[in-house]
Unconditional design. Structure first.
Lengths: 725, 157
């Protein structure tokens, strides 16, 4: 193993510098038999190294290295946070190379221009874009490498390249064969091939099959390396005191008591608070609690939930930016029978199970940052700024992420680690407590959306106006994306694409800031707007005295993919035939190039709500890995149900009140409903699956509650609406 | 010095006696498979076995487990051969994977006590383990599968 890792050290492009010899030696000395889990960047297994001899790693392209021993390494340029990119992206390359994905070693890519996500304009893992962005790009990367390997072999043999093929890591011509390892250097020296052919669909052996995840083995034996698990020789640990009031700052502090506690090395003020660095994290954390800090209040000193809600309400009377205009809504609303409702959504925390953390070491070549991040370039820039170094002197090593959900699109947990490592001149791991994490999130934005509809003289829905009021995440975090007054595209999802055949539709978005930072949260504004739109559609169905499924279905004649999922969900759920005492609700949505419908089945007994079953129909285009598609649907549904039932962040005097999982409740296995996922066969381009199924749960469940009780829920969470959950 | 027996090996650690076992495992001994999630026994990510019983290491003072047999995820098997690990692999349970060491340790302890658990038994034994990715449906299936694997391996062995 160590030889294999040493070989990597010479490469111009490496995903992780975890293989430093000093690190290896020390880690081996201190950790005994666990050393494999300590330094491998990911779940690469020793048995994957095919040769014991020193192998040279030949860079085929930005994503692919072929060892002279025949080993194949894929650089995964998206972060693995559970959504399966560590398997799906290498599968695209493996397919074109004609090798089984399970034979591939995967490393996480460093920051790099070549890794920019074309759908988001940066090296970003988010927006359920990873497979969509990689779909042609990575297959082309694999196909180009295959073309070169074949060309190298054909040249050597004097054979026609078109008569050569690849199989299991060899180029084959009649009875001759040469391994990729033997050919790697010659292939890399050839000019860029002109005629690169992707495999056709009927040639695929791995894409479209339910492949097992490549990261599973390391996630069942404790060896997968999350950010929190990084250990560097001589490393010390830091706990951070951050202002309890969001936006406050350090006025002064007394560290006398903390300084005298066992193991404490240093107490220092950082840009975000006061850090205590000690020999162990437990010592640092205890000493942190002994700090006496006086805070200077900030602009949010009087902020409360009520004041945020009042601000949104008062702003809502204004007009937003036009997002969509079909026909003439104002005239239609004047003439028809009008119906209007307002829906409110709370602030939410991400609550990744791995609290935020970052480990930093300054070395001769620059600043090394080990971090569970969804944004390698932003992480690099944040560290560079804190270090006072140019970005190219900052090396970002991405670990596995113990959940992302958008939280790790932020970089707020990085600078303090840089500041501590610089001050101590030692590697430092900064780890937030669960309470730090809960109270210093970038919360999902609240929203207050008002929808108006009208029925014409024949009782047909002839107008829908959707007025969205919420803060904008993008204007804070990616301001260039919303320059010159552009509407934040991540504020209007699942509203701008209102699918129902209504002649007059108007959608506007009114940006209203609330004083605290808001962040991208799994499915982003889909979750806000799908709840709003699909609850309203349900209300309109009852207003029209129609079955909620039939009502929607009657306005989807021009939307084949919507029809298919709505019909499939209804059929599989047995719409209209729920068991006695059970009631159903339906919701539909399209987002991330995926189409979904869900039917929830609930019972309400003396105010006690039970969600029995959620049926989800999906058309996500072609599935690279049906196994992971199903996983993501299952997990997203539980994520969405947790939020719908329980979740709300409350603020008093600028302080977040929720602290841990006792007051920010998570759905548990005994509360988990039966989940059924049905995926429609499709040959369309792949759609995203990491997020969308999250957003339909709240409206499907609330619509089912209405069917059961005739009580309409227009404000989440459900637990706050008089139900026992 | 506190004498600990972890995964069959006895060793002395030089830490304050009230230090939670979790931090001794992770930071002193480098056994990072056991995770920190909440620090208050609310999430189960730190579950280890103390004399076979599933225990939250984050609230367990290290001095209280001196002389007892401690098993962590690293000691459950040397090669992922434990039936729970095998079932977890077969059904591809993990997503982000962060909670899974704790889930697996809780499941393994359940099966030792109750080799053929019902869904209700699983719910009650596993309700202390949060999975933010929502792998519960697969956890349930995998525990049933692990129960089968245990029977098979005992039958054939």
């Amino acid at each position: 193993m160590s030889k294999y890792l040493q070989a990597n050290d010479d490469l111009p492009v490496t995903g992780g510098d975890w293989s430093r010899r000093g690190f290896l030696k020390t880690a081996a000395a201190t950790a005994g038999g666990l050393v494999i889990g300590m330094y491998l960047p990911a779940c690469s297994k020793p048995e994957n190294a095919k040769s014991a001899g020193p192998a040279k790693q030949v860079t085929a392209n930005a994503w692919l290295r072929i060892g002279t021993d025949g080993s194949i390494t894929v650089l995964c340029d998206r972060s693995e946070m559970g959504q399966g990119v560590y398997t799906a992206l290498p599968t695209l390359i493996a397919e074109e190379l004609g090798v089984a994905p399970s034979t591939i070693k995967v490393e996480f890519a460093p920051p790099g221009k070549e890794y920019v996500n074309a759908l988001l304009g940066g090296q970003v893992t988010g927006g359920s874009t990873s497979v969509r962005d990689a779909w042609e790009k990575l297959r082309m990367a694999g196909a180009e490498a295959r073309t070169r390997l074949i060309a190298a072999a054909a040249k050597d043999w004097g054979a026609p390249p078109q008569s050569c093929s690849v199989a299991d890591g060899y180029v084959v011509f009649t009875s001759r064969r040469k391994s990729f390892g033997e050919l790697a250097e010659a292939a890399a020296a050839l000019p860029k091939p002109e005629n690169v052919q992707l495999k056709t669909r009927n040639e695929w052996q791995h894409i479209g099959k339910p492949q097992q995840r490549l990261d599973t083995p390391a996630k069942v034996d404790g060896s997968a390396q999350f950010g929190i698990d990084v250990r560097l020789p001589g490393m010390v640990y830091a706990a951070l005191a951050q202002p309890p009031e969001l936006g406050a700052s350090v006025k002064s502090f007394n560290a006398d008591a903390a300084q005298s506690m066992a193991g404490v090395r240093k107490v220092l003020q950082t840009a975000s608070g006061v850090a205590v660095v000690a020999d162990s994290w437990w010592q640092a954390r205890q000493a942190r609690d002994a700090l006496k800090i006086e805070w200077t209040p900030g602009a949010n000193a009087k902020l409360t939930n009520a004041s945020i809600a009042a601000g949104l309400k008062s702003a809502a009377s204004g007009k937003g930016k036009e997002v969509r205009k079909d026909g003439d809504v104002d005239s239609a609303l004047k003439s028809g029978r009008r119906f209007e409702q307002t829906y409110e959504l709370p602030l939410l925390a991400h609550a990744t199970l791995e609290p935020q953390n970052c480990t930093v070491e300054f070395r001769d070549d620059g600043c090394h940052v080990y971090v569970p991040t969804q944004v390698q370039q932003i992480a690099q820039n944040a560290a560079a700024q804190a270090a006072g170094l140019p970005p190219e002197k900052v090396f970002v090593h991405t670990t596995f992420l113990g959940g992302g959900f958008g939280r790790r699109l932020e970089a707020d947990f990085i600078p303090a680690a840089v500041e501590c490592a610089k001050a101590l001149n030692k590697p430092v791991k900064v780890l937030w407590t669960r309470e730090d994490d809960m109270t210093h999130d970038k919360y999902r934005p609240p929203a207050r959306n008002t929808l108006t509809g009208s029925f014409d003289a024949n009782g047909k829905l002839n107008a829908v106006r959707i007025h969205l009021v919420a803060p904008s995440i993008t204007s804070r975090w990616f301001p260039a994306a919303v320059a010159n007054g552009a509407v934040d595209p991540f504020a209007v999802e699942a509203a701008h694409n209102f699918p129902y055949d209504v002649p007059n539709v108007y959608v506007d978005y009114l940006q209203h800031e609330i004083g605290i930072d808001v962040g991208y949260w799994r499915s982003v504004s889909h979750a806000l707007n799908c709840f709003t739109v699909e609850s309203f559609m349900d209300e309109l169905a009852y207003e029209a005295k129609q079955d909620p499924y039939e009502f929607r279905r009657g306005m989807l004649d021009k939307q084949a993919r919507w029809q298919m999922v709505v019909d499939t969900a209804a059929r599989k759920a047995g719409w209209g035939r729920a068991p006695s005492g059970h009631f159903q609700g339906i919701a539909a949505m399209s987002g991330y190039d995926t189409y979904l419908a869900q039917v929830a089945e609930v019972s309400v007994d003396a105010g006690k709500l039970k969600v029995h079953r959620i049926v989800c129909a999906i058309d996500c285009g072609y599935r690279v890995n049906p196994n992971i598609v199903e996983q993501q649907a299952e997990g997203s549904i539980i994520f969405g149900l947790t939020a719908a039932l329980f979740s709300e962040i409350n603020i008093a005097n600028g302080r977040v009140q929720e602290q841990n999982f006792d007051d920010y409740r998570m759905l548990r296995i005994n509360e988990s409903p039966q989940i059924e996922v049905y995926v429609v066969d499709s040959t369309e381009k792949p759609g995203g699956m990491g997020e969308p199924a999250t957003a339909l749960v709240a409206p499907a469940v609330c619509n089912a509650i209405y069917a059961a009780t005739r009580k309409r829920i227009r404000s989440l969470p459900i637990a706050k609406q008089g139900f026992t959950v | 010095m506190i004498k600990l027996t972890i995964n069959g090996q006895t060793q002395d650690v030089d830490v304050a006696g009230d230090t939670p076992l979790l931090w001794v495992l992770r930071d002193t001994l480098g056994l990072t498979g056991t995770k920190y999630g909440c620090g208050k026994a609310l999430c189960g990510a730190c579950t280890v076995h103390i004399d076979g019983a599933p225990t939250r290491a984050c609230i367990t003072p290290v001095e209280s487990v001196a002389g007892k047999s401690i098993t962590t995820i690293e000691g459950l098997s040397s090669n992922r051969s434990h039936p729970v690990q095998q079932a977890w692999i077969e059904l591809d349970v993990p997503q982000c994977g962060y909670c899974q060491s704790g889930q697996i340790m809780s499941a393994a302890a359940l099966l030792e006590k109750n080799p053929q658990p019902s869904d209700a038994d699983i719910d009650s034994a596993m309700a202390g383990n949060i999975c933010r990715c929502g792998t519960y449906p697969r956890i349930r299936k995998a525990i049933h599968r692990a129960a089968e694997l245990r029977t098979t391996s005992k039958g054939s062995g």
